[in-house]
Design a protein around this ligand. Sequence first.
Ligand code: HEM
Ligand SMILES: *[C@@H]1O[C@H](CO)[C@@H](O)[C@H](O)[C@H]1NC(C)=O
Ligand SMILES: *[C@@H]1O[C@H](CO)[C@@H](O)[C@H](O)[C@H]1NC(C)=O
Ligand SMILES: *[C@@H]1O[C@H](CO)[C@@H](O)[C@H](O)[C@H]1NC(C)=O
Ligand SMILES: *[C@@H]1O[C@H](CO)[C@@H](O)[C@H](O)[C@H]1NC(C)=O
Ligand SMILES: *[C@@H]1O[C@H](CO)[C@@H](O)[C@H](O)[C@H]1NC(C)=O
Ligand SMILES: *[C@@H]1O[C@H](CO)[C@@H](O)[C@H](O)[C@H]1NC(C)=O
Ligand SMILES: *[C@@H]1O[C@H](CO)[C@@H](O)[C@H](O)[C@H]1NC(C)=O
Ligand SMILES: *[C@@H]1O[C@H](CO)[C@@H](O)[C@H](O)[C@H]1NC(C)=O
Ligand SMILES: *[C@@H]1O[C@H](CO)[C@@H](O)[C@H](O)[C@H]1NC(C)=O
Length: 347
Amino acid sequence: MASSLILVLVSSLAFFSTISEAQTYPPIVDGLSFNFYECICPHAEFIIRNFLSTAFKSNISLAAGLLRIHFHDCFVQGCDGSVLLDGTASDPSEKDQLPNLTLQPAAFKAINDIKALLDQACGQVVSCADIAALAARDSVYLSGGPNYKVPLGRRDSLTFASRNATLAGLPAPTSNVTTLLEVFNKINLDTTDLVTLSGGHTIGRAHCSSFNNRLFPSQDPTMNKSFAKNLYLTCPTNTTVNTTVNDIRSPNAFDNKYYVDLMNREGLFTSDQDMYTDSRTKPTVTSFAINQSLFFENFVYSIVKMGQVSVLTGDQGEIRANCSAPNPTTKFLWSVVDGEEREKLAY
Ligand code: HEM
Ligand SMILES: *[C@@H]1O[C@H](CO)[C@@H](O)[C@H](O)[C@H]1NC(C)=O
Ligand SMILES: *[C@@H]1O[C@H](CO)[C@@H](O)[C@H](O)[C@H]1NC(C)=O
Ligand SMILES: *[C@@H]1O[C@H](CO)[C@@H](O)[C@H](O)[C@H]1NC(C)=O
Ligand SMILES: *[C@@H]1O[C@H](CO)[C@@H](O)[C@H](O)[C@H]1NC(C)=O
Ligand SMILES: *[C@@H]1O[C@H](CO)[C@@H](O)[C@H](O)[C@H]1NC(C)=O
Ligand SMILES: *[C@@H]1O[C@H](CO)[C@@H](O)[C@H](O)[C@H]1NC(C)=O
Ligand SMILES: *[C@@H]1O[C@H](CO)[C@@H](O)[C@H](O)[C@H]1NC(C)=O
Ligand SMILES: *[C@@H]1O[C@H](CO)[C@@H](O)[C@H](O)[C@H]1NC(C)=O
Ligand SMILES: *[C@@H]1O[C@H](CO)[C@@H](O)[C@H](O)[C@H]1NC(C)=O
């Protein structure tokens, strides 16, 4: 007992000692706090980090999948775990939409596995939306990026977004900076947030279909010629289904090389490369390419800001038992004989 207490103390020191004191955070919204689970699930963050550090050792691709899930969750209907819900054939959910951007099934599974561990340790108190935010943080940190504190206390949605809301909330990779800013500004994210958060593309992969517009019918003039030559090998036709890495310099490391790629015209999507073409964003791209600490500081600020977009708090929403489904509530027990029916009414 005493030795396990010491272990917890020692690991908690190690855990927080890597978090820079100098870091600036955006304002924390009412209802969220850094110590939300301190009493009701004190080891929640260690349980998540331990799980992921083991999981990433067997497949680091999972880190990119988890980071992207948090982004999608926040951009569509707020960071409320809605992206995690499974849809039904007649009622397709956020992850069934075209720009579900091929979210990784393995990442959804990891979130459900973590949820089961937390519920076993503490009861049904940690929300799926908070798990997604913490898993994104650990994906960044365990891939070499900054460590940071996550404001907690998000509640899970009872519903998921419509097809139209999903399409409207997520920018296409073919977007230019003007369009990207429209989408970001709608949720109060600014030009610096756009450049900073796009740095998430320092890890992970993309399908040819996401950047085909730059290769066919002809090569995008803003693309580096030798880079393009290699992309044509991976994506010989408009319909090839291969994938390639987002950041050719260090595909699995969370660092500032993505911005170095952009300066060499080796960004993958129009949405990436246009930030080095557009005069509103180019200076920030350059400053991050030459100063990784500056990128990391901004990243922490912007992802904590993104992580608080339209959150549910207090007695809003619920704490799900299963991140893939809303809780069956007593209100709908009358239709329990028909699971399909109950599920639809609960939405
Ligand atoms: C600025 C607007 C953004 C656009 C247009 C965009 C678009 C995309 C697209 C099209 C893919 C590849 C999907 C595929 O072909 O499989 C992708 C992958 C990815 N995105 Fe973004 N994204 C944006 C912002 C972000 C943000 C803010 C983050 C996180 C901070 C992020 C993190 C990722 C990650 C980690 C991957 C790789 C996923 C994997 O390997 O499974 N993206 N993004
Ligand atoms: C690692 O995970 C990615 C994404 O989930 C998957 O596509 C890939 O096949 C996995 N690799 C291995 C070696 O299991
Ligand atoms: C994403 O959407 C596609 C097309 O609707 C679907 O086939 C795929 O299963 C979805 N992916 C996930 C992880 O739900
Ligand atoms: C969704 O968008 C399409 C095309 O913009 C529109 O025709 C349709 O009415 C919208 N559906 C809903 C439910 O808003
Ligand atoms: C950006 O994209 C929008 C939508 O496709 C287009 O209307 C606009 O002209 C583009 N702006 C620039 C500066 O290329
Ligand atoms: C790529 O092919 C699709 C059909 O598969 C077509 O709709 C699209 O216009 C083509 N894109 C280019 C740039 O040729
Ligand atoms: C990509 O897919 C094509 C078939 O569509 C295949 O011939 C080619 O070898 C693949 N390239 C890579 C790099 O995987
Ligand atoms: C194209 O990429 C190569 C390799 O990174 C780089 O040396 C070269 O300067 C780039 N060209 C341009 C125009 O940025
Ligand atoms: C890089 O950015 C950090 C963080 O803002 C700053 O403290 C440092 O002075 C910058 N380094 C250089 C060489 O400008
Ligand atoms: C969680 O919910 C999903 C969607 O309804 C379901 O497919 C899955 O079996 C559930 N998992 C558990 C452990 O009950």
